[in-house]
Ligand binder design. Structure first.
Ligand code: NAP
Length: 257
């Protein structure tokens, strides 16, 4: 597949799934704008992308803030000339029992994981529609399809992302623009490591035992990798995926069937 000449914005591109997705897009020839809050991480990913022979820029923004997202896309367009591909990868996943979920946790998770996807997608749909080509890929979660204890805000945000995905896909169906979600199960990333560390801190269980339980949640008895998720993101960005829209595709070893 070639994405030469395409211009991509990847939010949450500083590490984990977003980082690998940004680099896969660059390897396929797309110019990339890599966005997150931690400058050093996005700068390093932009350097890696440039080493693959494309143009790349590192941008800092808090995706939960509408004004940051506006500024982010103004900068991205200034550098790239336009946006053909948007990967909404930024996300956070604090955990708490439902009744002990604080207002702050609720609002911050909804702001980044759901409003951030809305703000960013709203920025790009008009130009994609006008150009007659575009790809939006939302990194949701199987928590967007099913419930699990202790993730009320996270599950609500990811269910919301799947709703946004369907509506945007239908509005764009005749415009050459597809909008899809990928739904990973547990992925080997810093987010999962932090989740494990939180369980260890709260319960005193051994990290290895917690990790094993997460692995055993999947029929494949393993976590998936960022590379596996990024491969699906890349596929959805290609011309050959033009018939796939409004979908939420699991990468979870069969956890949710
Ligand atoms: P990660 O390694 O923690 O990376 C998350 C990325 O999002 C980082 O670049 C982070 O950078 C950025 N981010 C977080 N809050 C942000 C904010 N307010 N504004 C801008 N950027 C922000 O996590 P990951 O596992 O790769 O997760 C990526 C996506 O996959 C998330 O949407 C997550 O919900 C989803 N997912 C993950 C798993 C899993 O098991 N790990 C499973 C299913 C779905 P900064 O902190 O520097 O801003």
């Amino acid at each position: 597949m070639t994405l030469r000449g395409r211009r991509a914005v990847v939010t949450g591109g500083g590490r984990g799934i977003g980082r690998v997705a940004a680099l896969e897009l660059a390897r396929a020839g797309a110019d990339v704008a890599v966005a997150a809050r931690t400058r050093a991480e996005v700068a390093a990913v932009a350097d890696e992308a440039r080493a693959l022979g494309v143009r790349a820029i590192a941008l800092t923004a808090d995706l939960g803030r509408a004004e940051d997202v506006k500024a982010l896309f103004a900068e991205a367009r200034g550098f790239l000339g336009g946006v053909d591909i948007l990967v909404n990868g930024a996300g956070i996943a604090p955990t708490a029992p439902f009744a002990r979920t604080t207002d702050e946790q609720w609002h911050s998770v909804l702001a980044v994981n759901l409003s951030g996807v809305f703000f960013a997608t709203r920025e790009v749909l008009p130009e994609m529609s006008e150009r007659g080509w575009g790809r939006v890929v939302n990194v949701a979660s199987i928590a967007g399809k099913t419930g699990m204890p202790y993730i009320a805000a996270y599950a609500a945000s990811k269910h919301g992302v799947l709703g946004l995905t369907k509506v945007a896909a239908l509005e764009m169906a005749l415009r050459g623009v597809t909008v899809n979600a990928v739904c990973p199960g547990y992925v080997e990333t810093a987010m999962t490591d932090t989740g494990i560390a939180n369980v260890v801190a709260k319960t005193g269980q051994k990290a290895a035992d917690v990790r094993r339980r997460l692995e055993e949640a999947s029929p494949q008895k393993r976590m998936v990798t960022s590379e596996e998720v990024a491969a699906l993101v890349l596929f959805l960005c290609g011309d050959q995926a033009r018939g796939i829209t409004g979908q939420a595709l699991n990468v979870d070893g069969g956890t949710v069937v």
